[in-house]
Design a protein around this ligand. Structure first.
Ligand SMILES: [Zn+2]
Length: 405
């Protein structure tokens, strides 16, 4: 009883402190005391008002488990109250805030992950996919799910402005976003959060995997097509997310379709920009989500940018840069070396662009070494300096596919 009162009193003091600080927000530039630091520079230090170091850690009971979490920042407190997310002691205020931001973003689409308390351990070790959605463990009273997240997922999670190769741009990584995407869309013991995934696909990328009539869309019967697996859809979302935010929704692209296993189909994927869909075959996913898979996803999406977004001037400049000319009913190029793949070299400027964008995002060094000019073009004209450099994380570990979307 005595202990409970102390905890309660500390919470009240803490809430008063938060209230007082909220009065000063916006007017205080930086205020520092011995035990309390506020960072109000919202632009440069996005931790903002959630970065509050409380004088003493607050012990909060995790659900009704009888286990206490020791909370040391405003963000960790908000996480516990809003999402039942409890952090282990090694979390600092900055990482707690980044996690809060990421979960806040996801909460617009998915909510079931908030139902049961989770205890988050920050690990310096390698964690497959950066996050381990641990099983429920029995604790004093009831059970608790332990989530292990790699501290490496937080590297460059804050966007910052940097000059790389003389070009100024925002530099950041989506690793944390990807880890949190997994946490919110798959709940062990419950399953894949289909509605959340559908909602995200539609809202963030303007696409759906639900085709009302395959005959109308593709001219083929529905039984020629199958469902995407969870890992396949994760792979697609992660790649779509790598495009600048203004290209997440692309005019013209409405559907993602997955061809059922068919040994006679020779292509890996194709974009039908007229009918508004990308079709993937088994070949795209046969070895899991590899670099090739990632490039294929980006490549097919790029065809929609070419047809619906890029203006004539941009295309003309690209054609000139690649030495492309049209003769005898087909595209040819005077340029022999500056192509990232034989395919980019052999077909037309549209394919060259799709390949170059895909290589820029997945294997940037290859594009830069093959053609510094194309690298600069993609960076300045296509990626709009949104990303100075991608810090992609590749999950090549093969995992059993979770069936099905
Ligand atoms: Zn293509």
């Amino acid at each position: 009883m005595h202990e409970t009162m102390e905890r309660w009193q500390m919470l009240v003091l803490y809430m008063i402190a938060l209230f007082l600080m909220s009065l000063f927000s916006g007017t205080l530039a930086i205020a520092e005391r011995e035990t309390t630091t506020y960072h109000w520079e919202k632009d440069e230090a996005p931790s903002g008002q959630e970065t509050v170091f409380v004088p003493q850690p607050i012990a909060v009971e995790i659900g009704n488990t009888g286990i206490n979490a020791s909370l040391t920042s405003g963000a960790s407190y908000t996480l516990s109250q809003r999402y039942k997310v409890y952090l282990s002691p090694e979390w600092d205020a900055d990482k707690a805030y980044l996690l809060l931001q990421a979960l806040q973003d996801m909460s617009r689409y998915a909510s079931d992950w908030q139902q049961n308390p989770t205890y988050w351990i920050l690990s310096d070790a390698h964690v497959a996919q950066d996050i381990d959605l641990g099983p429920d463990v029995e604790v004093q009273r009831g059970s608790l799910r332990t989530i292990t997240i790699a501290s490496a997922a937080f590297t460059h999670a804050h966007p910052f402005v940097a000059k790389i190769d003389g070009i100024q741009g925002r530099y950041f990584s989506k690793r944390l976003w990807r880890a949190v995407l997994r946490f919110t869309t798959y709940i062990p013991g419950v399953g894949i959060q289909h509605l959340a995934i559908d909602h995200m696909l539609q809202d963030k990328y303007g696409v759906t995997v639900h085709v009302p009539d395959y005959e109308v869309l593709t001219g083929e019967p529905a039984h020629n097509f199958s469902k995407f697996t969870f890992e396949e859809i994760m792979g697609i979302m992660v790649m779509f997310e790598e495009y600048p935010s203004g290209m997440h929704v692309t005019q013209g692209l409405k559907y993602l379709v997955r061809r059922a296993t068919d040994p006679f189909v020779e292509y890996v994927a194709r974009a039908n920009t007229g009918k508004g869909y990308i079709e993937f075959t088994d070949k795209a996913f046969i070895d899991g989500i590899t670099h090739d898979t990632q490039r294929i996803i980006l490549h097919e999406k790029a065809h929609f940018l070419w047809d619906y977004l890029f203006d004539e001037q941009l295309k003309a400049d690209w054609i000139e840069l690649g030495g492309w000319y049209y003769e005898d009913g087909r595209w040819k190029t005077t340029n022999q070396t500056e192509f990232v793949s034989d395919y980019a070299h052999g077909v037309n400027p549209n394919e060259d662009m799709a390949e170059s964008i895909a290589y820029y995002i997945v294997t940037l060094d290859k594009l830069r070494s093959r053609s510094p000019a194309k690298y600069a073009f993609i960076q300045n004209r296509i990626m709009q300096q949104d990303y100075a450099r991608h810090t992609l994380y590749f999950a090549n570990t093969r995992r059993p596919h979770l069936c099905c979307l």
